[in-house]
Structure formats: structure tokens, C-alpha cells
Design a protein around this ligand. Structure first.
Ligand SMILES: NC(=O)c1ccc[n+]([C@@H]2O[C@H](COP(=O)([O-])OP(=O)(O)OC[C@H]3O[C@@H](n4cnc5c(N)ncnc54)[C@H](OP(=O)(O)O)[C@@H]3O)[C@@H](O)[C@H]2O)c1
Length: 272
């Protein structure tokens, strides 16, 4: 069963939809008190009301993770309300689908601000509280795209790689502090993610390869909170791609060429 999550205080970013919403609901079902951060006030309120209606405790705090001050405010509200912070789930994120050479610079900057700096702001806001406590768990929601880039999502993948690198460094920096760090790597998940990405421009795509539910990712995150692990591959067979890419990147390229054809409408190289 692992750690008891009853009474624990969990801050979850991107909790108004998708994986973050499902994660907040799953932690609340496990008895944790959840503090929900995202930009859309109405959606956050609805998630919080649903949790309270089921007997849970939830505090919605409107937050843009790209703004360091707002993320500090989110963690500050959690500590003011509940006196501590046991878990941070840095989940808020956005995507964009286009070739690397066709991704506008302002989109690249926004991807970086939300996915990388947003994660960093959350970690930096949580760490002083967890250091004072001598305990805590940081969970970062990256992606299998943070282990292997795919055609059509290179700049998104770059932000997901950055999250993985950040977590790897932090794990060692924080060893012995009582604070653990986990990175979660979902495959394609049926949420509003692809719709939200298309609304920013670029390609309108569906998840490719295996598709899982947000609830499945949330269950993996809660399992990780009970028994922290450095890295969680929500769809375990995805490990094969990670290993293949580490050992034989050319073979991984060949595998991903079919995505290039499907996503970007390219002819494959070779004889006509
Ligand atoms: N869906 C997938 O296939 C997939 C696969 C692998 C990894 N992931 C990762 O999983 C995480 C969650 O994605 P999802 O699939 O649940 O997407 P989603 O359904 O689009 O939800 C994204 C969440 O992030 C929030 N968000 C976006 N920009 C924000 C900002 N600037 N400040 C605060 N919150 C912000 C959104 O809330 P507001 O709009 O209300 O701010 C929403 O709650 C992301 O990090 C994503 O990279 C997703």
C-alpha cells in the first residue's frame, strides 16, 4: 500500500482539466487535501466543487504558472490554509504541433515559459517549504516525448527533455534532504491537450500510438506518491522505445518515420 496519503497537502498545477483534474480528484479520493492551480477560474471552481461534493477538501487558486509570483502565491495559499506542503505535482503544460523550422518563435517562447519555467517556478516555490519540513515529494509531469523527440513536435519535446534533465539533477542535489523527485512520462492521453494546441495554430493532430485515459495517468501519479520512484512510464511498453533510442537511435528514427508521413504528409525517403 505504501505511504498513507490521508491528510497530505498536495498542490497540483494544471488542475482545471485533463491529467491535472483527474490527479486532483484521485488524491482527494485518497484523502489528501488538494490545492488546485490553473488560469480558468470557472473550471477550477467546478473541479473543487466536485471534490467537495464527494467529501474531499479542495482549494482553487487562479494561477498562471508562467508568472513566478503567481506560483509563489499558489504555494503560499496552500501553506496558509493547511500549514504544510507534502506533494507538488507540476503538471500544467501546453503543446504545439509543427515542423521545427515552421514553429514561430513566439510559440517557442510560450512553450518554454509554461512547460519549463512554469515547472521551475513551482519547484522553487515548493522547495523552501519542503526543506523546512525536511520532507516532501516533487512530481513533474513530462512525457515520453521527453525521452525521444518525434516529427511534428520537436519544440514541445525540447521542453519535455528539459523537465527530465531538471528532475535528474534535482534528484541528486536533494539526496539526503528528505525530498524526493519523480518524473512521470505519459504516452498520448485523451484530454483537451491536442485541441488546446491546435487553437494556438500549427497542425491539428490526434494522439499517435497507444492512447491512455487521464484517469490512468492520475492513478500512476498517486501510486508514485505512495511509493516514490525516480521515473514513471505510465504505459510500460514505452520503455522499449526509450531503450531502443538509447542503444540504436537510427532504428528509433526508422520507427518514427511513419509518424512523419502521417503527421506531416511527407513521402518516405527511398525509391519512388
Ligand atoms: N495529453 C497528452 O497526450 C500528454 C502526453 C504526455 C504528457 N502530457 C503532459 O501532461 C500535462 C497535462 O496535459 P493534459 O493532457 O492534461 O492537457 P490539458 O487537458 O490541455 O490540460 C492542461 C492543463 O494545464 C493548464 N495550463 C495551461 N497553461 C497554463 C498556465 N500558463 N498556467 C497554469 N495552468 C496552465 C490548463 O488550465 P488553464 O487553461 O485553465 O490554465 C489545464 O488545466 C502537460 O504537461 C502535458 O505536456 C500530455
Amino acid at each position: 500500500m505504501g505511504r498513507d496519503l490521508r491528510g497530505k497537502v498536495a498542490v497540483i498545477t494544471g488542475a482545471s482539466a485533463g491529467i491535472g483534474k483527474a490527479t486532483a480528484e484521485a488524491f482527494a479520493r485518497a484523502g489528501s487535501r488538494v490545492v488546485l492551480g490553473a488560469r480558468r477560474h470557472d473550471r477550477l471552481e467546478r473541479v473543487a466543487e466536485g471534490i467537495r461534493a464527494s467529501g474531499g477538501e479542495a482549494l482553487p487558486v487562479v494561477t498562471d504558472v508562467a508568472e513566478a509570483g503567481q506560483v509563489e502565491g499558489l504555494v503560499g495559499r496552500a501553506v496558509a490554509a493547511y500549514g504544510r506542503l507534502d506533494l507538488l505535482v507540476a503538471n500544467a503544460g501546453i503543446g504545439y504541433f509543427a515542423r521545427v523550422e515552421e514553429t514561430p518563435l513566439e510559440v517557442v517562447e510560450r512553450l518554454w515559459q509554461v512547460n519549463v519555467l512554469g515547472t521551475l517556478h513551482a519547484i522553487r516555490a515548493a522547495l523552501p517549504v519542503m526543506r523546512r519540513q525536511g520532507a516532501g515529494l516533487l512530481i513533474v509531469v513530462s512525457s515520453v516525448s521527453g525521452k525521444r523527440g518525434s516529427p511534428g513536435s520537436g519544440l514541445y519535446a525540447a521542453t519535455k527533455f528539459a523537465q527530465v534533465g531538471l528532475c535528474e539533477a534535482l534528484r541528486v542535489e536533494l539526496a539526503g534532504s528528505g525530498i524526493a523527485v519523480s518524473v512521470v512520462l505519459p504516452v498520448g492521453t485523451s484530454t483537451e491537450f491536442f485541441e488546446a494546441a491546435a487553437a494556438q495554430g500549427g497542425l491539428r493532430v490526434e494522439p499517435m500510438g497507444p492512447v491512455q485515459t487521464a484517469e490512468r495517468v492520475a492513478a500512476a501519479i498517486v501510486r508514485c506518491a505512495r511509493r516514490p520512484r525516480p521515473e514513471v512510464l505510465v504505459y510500460p511498453p514505452a520503455r522499449l522505445l526509450v531503450i531502443l533510442n538509447a542503444l540504436a537511435p537510427r532504428l528509433a528514427d526508422a520507427l518514427l518515420l511513419r509518424f512523419r508521413r502521417r503527421l506531416l504528409g511527407d513521402r518516405l525517403p527511398g525509391p519512388p
